[in-house]
Design a binder for this molecule. Structure first.
Ligand SMILES: NC(=O)c1ccc[n+]([C@@H]2O[C@H](COP(=O)([O-])OP(=O)(O)OC[C@H]3O[C@@H](n4cnc5c(N)ncnc54)[C@H](O)[C@@H]3O)[C@@H](O)[C@H]2O)c1
Length: 436
């Protein structure tokens, strides 16, 4: 089967590489010629664990090809996936569909023979029908069906998520399109992965509903963490106590500095806009967005308070990306917290294992070569992202490098008793501050 993947970012590259691993011939297209040149030369433009192995093995086998020319990829393709960005539109927060619609025009011009055009990008309800209109208007003669196939992979574990998804959702209206999509995901059928066929509108909404639900769960436990601090409860135990309830589940119950990343912030806002436009406003999603935005600033204030003010002080920050195992800085809490600390007079020394290149473009801070380098001479350390390498720092060494033994941990990766025993003042979330 021949597949064209339009857009070779986090989703397009992972999906394209994994579909080629399924045995299909996949041509990944991107407008950015440098990206395509890098991929052809075997360099991966993003950090995603094990992606390099999958890309190189399948490229070597001739099943994974990189192109800037959309026409070459679309001609003779059985399925054409649109995996371009859908950022928030400036001004109103609706999903910006410019890239999707431009891709639709380009696909229309190149279509030859029957193909299924699949929206893999996260797109608002109705987008698949609009893409269909665009293609039909441009090419009344073209033979194609539309499908919606949202992607649920998580950055940091994207390869495993694609190979072993909890489910695959496909929205389409015709049996012919369904057949093609079954063939695309045939290896998953053999694994008995649930494959849910729905209408296109339902499929589009499932993606937003899933992200909004997860964002709500995170925001809920963040609020519970604040409440725990006020009433002397421990949020880790509360999370465990409710998470063991099968109806609730233990995932996404870790308090933190507010959700960020390339999906939840923009997708919750876009869902809110869709709901308002449809006359079915979602007050829960609205509250989640407001609470989460406020949380990032309140985390900065918490740091300022823990340091007794940050004017003329040096704050060491460990972790800048929105979560570990990615270099993605989109909407990371650090982008709010760091400038706020700087506006209060702090000097920042930071380290992130993979995010430094992106962070350098977005933040005006000193980027250090490792965690211990960032700590040297700082007035305290803040853990912003829970990279594994920060979980087992040599606390004696940390203490020796800092001016005072102060740690603000916005991911709760240490035990308060352990930190107190090690001589630290340790401020975490939803638990009492530990002192030596
Ligand atoms: N990043 C994630 O974890 C994730 C997860 C699930 C869904 N999604 C959704 O998937 C979509 C893509 O997200 P992403 O993070 O991969 O975006 P991205 O910005 O990393 O990549 C998009 C790529 O598309 C390319 N592009 C744009 N227009 C093009 C065109 N006409 N022809 C060829 N290439 C074109 C861009 O150059 C870019 O490389 C979004 O809708 C996003 O919401 C993302």
């Amino acid at each position: 089967m021949r597949i064209a993947m339009i857009g070779t970012g986090y989703v397009g590259l992972v999906s394209g590489a994994c579909l080629s691993e399924f045995g299909h011939t996949v041509v990944c297209v991107d407008k950015e010629s440098e990206k395509v040149a890098a991929l052809r030369a075997g360099r991966i433009p993003i950090f995603e664990p094990r992606l390099d192995e999958v890309v190189s093995a399948n490229a070597r086998a001739g099943r994974l090809i990189f192109e800037t020319d959309i026409a070459a990829a679309v001609q003779n393709a059985d399925a054409v996936f649109i995996a371009v960005g859908t950022p928030s539109r400036r001004g109103d927060g609706h999903a910006d569909l410019t890239y999707v619609y431009n891709a639709a025009e380009e696909i229309a011009a190149a279509l030859s023979g029957y193909a299924v055009i699949v929206t893999k990008s996260t797109v608002p309800v109705g987008t698949s029908r609009e893409v269909e209109r665009i293609i039909r208007r441009a090419r009344p003669d073209a033979e194609f069906d539309m499908a919606s196939n949202p992607e649920f992979l998580r950055e940091g574990s994207a390869i495993d998520d694609f190979r072993r998804p909890d489910r695959v959702v496909v929205g389409c209206d015709t049996e012919r399109a369904r057949e093609v999509m079954r063939e695309v995901y045939r290896p998953l059928y053999l694994n008995e992965t649930p494959i849910l066929f729905t209408s296109r509108e339902t499929s589009e909404l499932i993606k937003y509903a899933a992200n909004a639900f997860l964002a709500t769960k995170i925001t809920f436990i963040n609020e519970m963490a604040d409440l725990c601090e006020k009433v002397g409860a421990d949020v880790q135990d509360v999370a465990r106590g409710i998470g063991l309830d099968g109806r609730i589940g233990s995932k996404f119950l870790h308090p933190g500095p507010g959700f960020g990343g390339s999906c939840f912030p923009k997708d919750t806002v876009a869902l809110l806009k869709t709901a308002q436009d449809a006359g079915a406003p979602s007050r829960i999603v609205e509250a989640v967005i407001g609470v989460n935005d406020a949380r990032k600033l309140s985390m900065a204030d918490r740091i300022v308070k823990a340091f007794g003010g940050v004017e003329k002080k040096t704050v060491a920050i460990l972790g800048l990306t929105f979560k570990p195992n990615t270099d993605d800085m989109r909407d990371a809490p650090s982008l709010v917290i760091v400038p706020h600390l700087q506006s209060k007079g702090a000097t920042i020394r930071a380290f992130d294992p993979q995010g430094a290149k992106e962070a350098h473009k977005l933040l005006n801070i000193e980027l250090c070569r490792d965690a211990y380098d960032a700590l040297e001479g700082a007035d305290g350390v803040v853990i912003l992202t829970e990279w594994n390498e920060f979980r087992a720092l040599d606390l004696g060494r940390v203490k020796g490098l800092l001016k005072q033994p102060l740690m603000v941990d916005l991911r709760n990766i240490y035990r308060p008793s352990q930190m107190a025993d090690s001589g630290f003042t340790y401020v975490s979330l939803g638990r009492a501050t530990a002192t030596p």
